[in-house]
Design a protein around this ligand. Structure first.
Ligand SMILES: [Zn+2]
Length: 231
């Protein structure tokens, strides 16, 4: 997809995440433009993120410099910069503060895949164990070390970051991580949280990989929420 299309789809993601309660005054999302050394990120100033237009997307290079756009990049733009600069698979990055994901970190519950959907995130979701914003280059490097090649990370007492190769995948991972956190918190309340086996997780990962991009779980979840939150 070319640049204008990717920017439009990022705006659609902003609307969906806003309407689903993931984005409010805080949180931001970005998309990298294939073959270029820059990305677009939603601007940092508080406003309704359901009605952003293209001028609300700030163009930023891999050194973190603003190239274009109304307003300023978010304070934690480094979360996006380090991932787009370092990871080939980082097409879209989402940073939000979902309730159950934060509750997991507060309660000291580690991520374990206990549903088929959660297995899409892989065997583990690492944690960044400093309860603070990620702002400086040093903090950005430390964050990058922690996330490694994982698809998502939990930020202690703060929120999450998810990394998709596409915008649809990043949405799926964000939605599924919060859903999984809710299952995990409730399972712990019940006193039992049976994890899937390594084989079950691998089977899920293989299945997702085998699906055509327009028929797999990422596309279906996107289509449902795009329709549900339209208008
Ligand atoms: Zn944050």
């Amino acid at each position: 997809m070319e640049e204008t299309g990717l920017k439009q789809k990022l705006l659609t993601l902003s609307r969906i995440l806003y309407k689903e309660g993931f984005l409010d005054s805080f949180g931001h999302i970005s998309v990298r433009i294939p073959g270029k050394d820059y990305f677009y990120v939603t601007r940092g100033e508080p406003s309704g993120k359901g009605d952003f237009d293209a001028a609300d997307l700030v163009k930023v290079d891999f050194q973190g410099n603003q190239l274009e756009g109304r307003g300023r990049p978010p304070v934690e733009v480094i979360l996006h910069t380090v991932l787009h600069r370092s990871r080939e698979d980082a097409g879209c990055v989402v940073h939000v503060h979902p309730y159950y994901c934060i509750l997991m970190t507060v309660a000291g519950i580690k991520f374990t895949p206990i549903t088929v959907q959660a297995a899409t995130l892989g065997w583990t979701v690492p944690s960044y164990d400093v309860a603070d914003l990620v702002v400086s280059p040093e903090e950005g490097e430390s964050f990058l070390q922690k996330i490694g090649n994982a698809k998502a990370i939990l930020l202690k007492g703060h929120g999450i970051v998810t990394v998709g190769s596409t915008i649809e995948e990043a949405f799926y991972l964000t939605y599924t991580l919060e859903e999984s956190a809710r299952f995990l918190v409730d399972a712990h309340r019940l006193g039992v949280a049976n994890p899937l086996s390594q084989e079950e997780v691998q089977k899920r990962l293989d299945y997702v990989k085998s699906r055509p991009s327009d028929k797999g779980p990422y596309a279906k979840t996107w289509a449902y929420h795009e329709f549900k939150t339209r208008g």
